[in-house]
Design a protein around this ligand. Structure first.
Ligand code: ADP
Ligand code: MG
Length: 246
């Protein structure tokens, strides 16, 4: 940790910043750059929407924050970890700080709700006694206390996404990243999931949500970062969805 803290001082990242990108570009082997000179500064405890047309680089940005991808150029710092210089053996420890939720839930289909969430704790070798305490508690938080024995196929889309959120949160990450978490949900379930993410944020977790849901973004009055063709084109406190030619 000392090394990361030194790195942090050297780069002059302000103390309450939890995510920093400086001039980040990412080019895949083919096509135009997916990200082109992105600067991103997110403080601990913020709730941020990331919006933009399909192909504008939102998922690439999320993958860079997870250190699933390394940028072509630029600097990325998440929770004091320098993601360009981080050693491979430290990546699992770094990732414990992050919870991730996807559009397609990605649950284990042959395991019940309890086991899907407990799995995340087993990966970090949480003692069984703790797992038995933590899993019911997080399932209650997401409103699924009564469903712990159900298999994913027995649940609605909204319930499945709640299981995925519980799994993302059970190891108590500092940051929750959600890439189009309501993309497969109807409006009512979308609202419920966004309200749940807001509640999680109010309990102290920094939350980044990639979404296409205009109505919700406009209603929730959060910070909104808009991307277009790999560039951040606007970043507004209490923003809305910028209407575009799409
Ligand atoms: P968004 O999530 O906003 O839809 P993405 O980050 O998925 O955007 O994609 C940004 C751009 O990068 C798109 O042009 C996409 O086709 C391209 N891209 C994404 N992933 C890859 C990949 N693995 N290889 C090549 N190009 C990719
Ligand atoms: Mg995407």
């Amino acid at each position: 940790m000392a090394k990361e803290l030194r790195g942090r001082k050297k780069k002059n990242i302000s103390g309450d910043e939890i995510i920093t990108m400086n001039n980040v570009s990412k080019a895949y082997a083919t096509g135009a750059p997916a990200l082109n000179g992105v600067d991103l500064h997110i403080k601990k405890g913020e709730f941020v929407f990331i919006v933009g047309d399909s192909g504008s680089g939102k998922s690439t940005l999320i993958k860079l924050l997870l250190r699933e991808l390394v940028p072509t150029s630029g600097e990325i710092n998440v929770m004091g970890y320098d993601l360009i210089r981080i050693r491979h053996r430290k990546i699992p420890k770094f990732r414990r700080n992050l919870g991730i939720v996807f559009q397609d839930f990605r649950l284990l289909k042959d395991r019940n709700v309890y086991e899907n969430v407990a799995f995340a704790q087993r990966i970090i070798q949480m003692p069984g006694k703790e797992i038995k305490r933590n899993v019911p508690s997080i399932l209650a938080t997401v409103g699924l206390a009564g469903k712990y024995k159900a298999k994913p196929r027995q649940l609605s889309g909204g319930e499945q996404q709640r299981v995925a959120i519980a799994r993302a949160l059970v190891n108590r990450p500092s940051i929750l990243l959600a890439d189009e978490p309501t993309g497969n949900l109807d409006p009512k379930n979308s609202w419920e999931i966004m309200k749940l993410l807001e509640q999680i944020n109010e309990n102290g977790t920094t939350v980044l949500v990639v979404t296409h849901n205009r109505e919700i973004v406009n209603a929730m009055q959060k910070r909104v970062i808009t991307m277009k063709k790999g560039v951040v084109v606007s970043d507004e406190e209490k923003g809305g969805y910028i209407d575009d030619e799409d």
